[in-house]
Ligand binder design. Structure first.
Ligand code: C2E
Ligand code: CA
Ligand code: CA
Length: 830
């Protein structure tokens, strides 16, 4: 044992016990060495020191150890008294022959008094056993033993000194017996035992010397060896006693700690301990468990955990209980198994952990484990994932959830390809109107209603999501392309029906682009891109419709992108040009105005029509600088031609929507020094389709500056007449398609005639566009059209006033113009 390595400590401890029992070492260092020498509590040095009364443990424990030491001696009191009485009697009988009575009587009286005291102490201790003992009580015990041993030490010395052979025999036996017996009886208090043994040993030695025995040396050897054996045994049993105590104390401490932890555990409302027998039935059911399970105790005691888990009829719970059954039947330890239970009609979720328990023979006796109610945590995490996957406004899925689902569905689709997975992108039309005119709460409500309508269509496996703003998406499997188209058209149709918000009805609409997953190499991104292209095409061709993706579209889009890049470059490097197309007075045949038209000569494609590149410029955000550039060019050129009454410039709807339009136009006029009265801005009625209330105001502001406004392409829209009354213009331009009908359709002339009459009634000047033939000129002049424009007079060219030569007779003879001199005056006259 490790103790044997520490002879120095043993020696010093023993010496101190002999000289000054109960006295601690002077230096703290010795104790620290003992403390750090091994694991606390079971350290042999500590136990040894503790046995000798050294302060190596905390005060309370030290007091308990001392009490235990004292009471273990006290337990032997009846035997020690008996031994003392017998010995005293034998000594009295033997010694009365040679010892004066007074000496003997004194000695017997002293022994008797001490025995009486011992008995008294013993009786007291029996009545109220000591639990804690001070260092003084231990010292008293040591002194008690010292006094006793001194009384007995007198015996051999007296006998040897008297030289009585019987006395010597008896004294030798009694001394040896007392040395050994007392030593063992006092072993739990080594200090007392050492004192006892040492005193008796010394007195025996003294006796041997006094008696001058012939066998001095053999007797000395025997005596010394006995003494050493007794001392060794005392040290060892004292150490064992203290070790025992230390281990016990440590166990107790651990037990307290565990009890403390368990208490806390039991008090924590969400966790409890459960136990089963070998068949899985609950046993030792705690109150907390009874409470948590919502069952009556007797019912719970004839149940198994799986019976509880079967109470919830839910797919998640079903699969969980199967897992639990499997692991419990295999008698393995487990943790984090989540089961669902129904408690008082409510769905709750428990997380279980348990270990199998075995008896001493190693046979399985059941499970012991912990259960925690994790219902709230589960709900919270479900809510978090719901929020992460859903659109908070409409409650349907969000973009990232949709794309994840799409990925999964596409992966499955590759294996079973009988039905085509189809992805729809849906864009609401005119949603902005609702937001702008009725505020965002109305817009939000509208989105909710739209989502509800789409959801009602999407039942049966089609998933739906809102991507943000007024964009939605759907994904589903359809037996055929026709079925997919039918679904897309249904989406358009439900969005077309009016939505009631508050007391107002809103007519919006939806445009849908979709694509079927046919090409196995396609990813979700490809599907999204293709649907987006189809949506773009659908919007371009008039909104409110559904369009399926076609490969052709992709080529168009690619081309468009290339064109866009080329257009940027052309604009940046001033490769664009303008041409002018003269506008001729129908009465005089003179050029009165000229329309500026943008031209782009592409290095490889040749002439690109403005009908192609203007929408690209609009889309690319190029139209504002481009429009400003055209305006500047037009004003600068017209300023050089004083004979021109005016110059006409086209404004795209995007330009018209620019909130700073009026300022921009005025800046250009100021910079070029061109008078506003000579500028005509041409707008189309598509401007009013997207009008959210500011168009009329903007028109008024422009007209207030003196600028004139022409309504271009008149007659191509469907409600032109109402616009004419709603907004203030200065002139209208009859679209080429009407002019083309002159001579083609019987009512062609009648329509133009009606338009001219109406315009004149409203005080508007009328220009006919796309005039190519002589008979068209004749007819238009007859009908009273004010100005004419078209290839008949000249193609667009760099010179704003140059027109084709017109033969005088063609102009004057054929059909004199009936156009009024001043349409504005005409109206005021009517
Ligand atoms: P628009 O304003 O209706 O311009 C008249 C278009 O008809 C011009 O086509 C012109 O060349 C063409 N045209 C004129 N007379 C005849 C004719 O007798 N027969 C035929 N077949 N065509 C005739 P262009 O130059 O291709 O312009 C097309 C459209 O592009 C214009 O229609 C206008 O809306 C737009 N555009 C042209 N330049 C600009 C511009 O600078 N800014 C804006 N925003 N749009 C422009
Ligand atoms: Ca025009
Ligand atoms: Ca036009």
């Amino acid at each position: 044992m490790r103790l044997s390595a520490n002879w120095n400590l043993i020696f010093r401890t023993v010496c101190l016990a002999l000289v000054k029992p109960g006295q601690p070492f002077r230096s703290e260092h010795d104790y620290r060495r003992a403390e750090t020498g091994g694991t606390p509590g079971s350290n042999p040095d500590r136990a040894f020191l503790l046995a000798f009364g050294h302060p190596v443990v905390e005060q309370h424990l030290a007091r308990r150890v001392r009490a235990a030491q004292i009471s273990s001696i006290a337990r032997l009191t009846p035997f020690t008294i008996l031994a003392n009485v017998v010995n005293t009697f034998v000594i009295a009988v033997t010694f009365q022959k040679f010892l004066p009575f007074s000496y003997l009587a004194t000695w017997i009286a002293a022994i008797a008094a001490l025995l009486g005291y011992t008995l008294l102490k013993w009786v007291r201790a029996k009545k109220s056993p000591v639990q804690l003992a001070s260092r003084r009580s231990l010292n008293k015990a040591v002194q008690h033993a010292t006094v006793f041993s001194l009384l007995w030490a007198v015996v051999p010395i007296t006998a040897f000194a008297a030289g009585d052979p019987d006395g010597i025999w008896i004294a030798a036996c009694v001394s040896t017996g007392m040395l050994c017996g007392g030593g063992f009886a006092l072993a739990t208090v080594p200090q007392a035992a050492f004192r006892w043994v040492a005193i008796l040993y010394v007195s025996s030695l003294v006796s041997l010397v006094i008696g001058q025995s012939h066998a001095l040396w053999p007797l000395f050897l025997l005596l010394t060896s006995y003494t050493l054996v007794v001392l060794g045994s005392v040290a060892s049993s004292g150490w064992l006693f203290a070790s025992h105590f230390l281990a016990e104390a440590e166990l107790e401490q651990r037990g307290e700690l565990i009890a403390l932890l368990l208490n806390e555990f039991e008090e924590k409302a969400s966790d409890w301990i459960w136990e089963t027998d070998s068949r899985g039935f609950f046993r030792s059911v705690s109150d907390r468990f009874v409470h948590a399970s919502g069952q009556k105790r007797p019912a719970l005691e004839i149940m198994r955990m799986v019976d509880l888990a079967y109470s919830l009829d839910e797919p998640d719970a079903r699969s969980a209980v199967a897992g639990l059954e499997e692991v419990m039947s295999s008698r393995r330890a487990f943790r984090d198994i989540v089961i669902g239970v129904e408690i008082a009609g409510e769905e709750r979720w428990w997380s279980l952990a348990a270990r199998p328990v075995h008896d001493d023979h190693g046979s399985f006796t059941g499970y012991r484990g912990v259960a925690s109610d994790i219902t709230e945590a589960r709900r919270a995490s479900a809510l978090v994932s719901h929020l992460a996957e859903h659109d908070s406004l409409t409650g349907i899925g969000n973009r990232s959830w949709f794309l994840k689902q799409a990925e999964t569905l596409m992966a499955q689709q590759s294996q079973f390809a009988e039905n085509a997975l189809t992805l729809f992108l849906i864009d609401l039309d005119n949603f902005k109107v609702v937001n702008d005119t009725s505020g965002h709460p109305a817009g939000d409500e509208l989105l909710r209603q739209v989502a509800a309508r789409f959801t009602s269509l999407s039942e049966g496996g089609t998933i739906l999501a809102r991507f943000g703003g007024d964009e939605f998406a759907a994904l589903g499997q359809f037996v055929s392309d026709e079925a997919a188209l039918a679904f897309a058209e249904e989406l358009v149709n439900v969005a077309r029906k009016p939505f009631r918000i508050g007391r107002r009805d809103f007519a919006i609409g939806a445009t849908v682009g979709f694509t079927c997953f046919r090409d196995r190499g396609d990813t979700v991104d490809d599907l999204m891109r293709k649907s987006d292209i189809a949506l773009y095409k659908a919007k371009e061709s008039g909104r409110g419709r559904a369009l399926a993706f076609e490969n052709e579209m992709e080529r168009e889009v690619r081309e468009r992108r290339e064109l866009e890049a080329d257009l940027r470059e052309a604009f940046e490097y001033e490769k664009l040009n303008v041409e002018f197309q003269p506008i001729v007075d129908a009465r005089s045949g003179k050029v009165v105005s000229s329309e500026v038209l943008l031209r782009w000569l592409h290095p490889t494609r040749g002439d690109v029509a403005p009908d192609t590149f203007i929408p690209i410029a609009e889309h690319a955000g190029l139209i504002l600088p481009l429009g400003a550039w055209v305006l500047k060019k037009a004003c600068a050129a017209a300023a050089q031609c004083p004979e021109l009454e005016s110059v006409a410039v086209n404004l795209s709807p995007v330009q018209f929507m620019d909130p700073n339009l009026v300022e921009h136009v005025m800046t250009v006029l100021r910079e070029t020094g061109f008078p506003p009265e000579r500028l005509v801005l041409e707008i189309t009625e598509s401007v009013f389709l997207r009008d959210f209330g500011s168009a009329a105001c903007k028109l008024q502001k422009l007209r207030d500056q003196g600028i004139r406004i022409a309504l271009d392409d008149f007659g191509t829209g469907y409600s032109s007449l109402s616009y004419l009354r709603q907004y203030k213009f200065d002139k209208i331009k009859i679209d080429k398609s009407f002019v083309d009908e002159i001579g083609e359709r019987s009512d062609g002339l009648a329509i133009i005639s009606a338009i001219i009459a109406l315009a004149h009634n409203l005080g508007l000047e009328v220009t006919a566009e796309g005039v190519e033939r002589q008979f068209q000129v004749d007819a238009l002049r007859t009908l009273g059209c004010d100005t004419l424009q078209g290839y008949y007079f000249g193609r667009p060219a760099s010179n704003p006033v140059q027109i084709a030569q017109i033969r005088k007779e063609d102009w004057e003879d054929r059909s004199p113009s009936t156009a009024p001199k001043d349409p504005g005056n005409m109206q005021s006259a009517s």
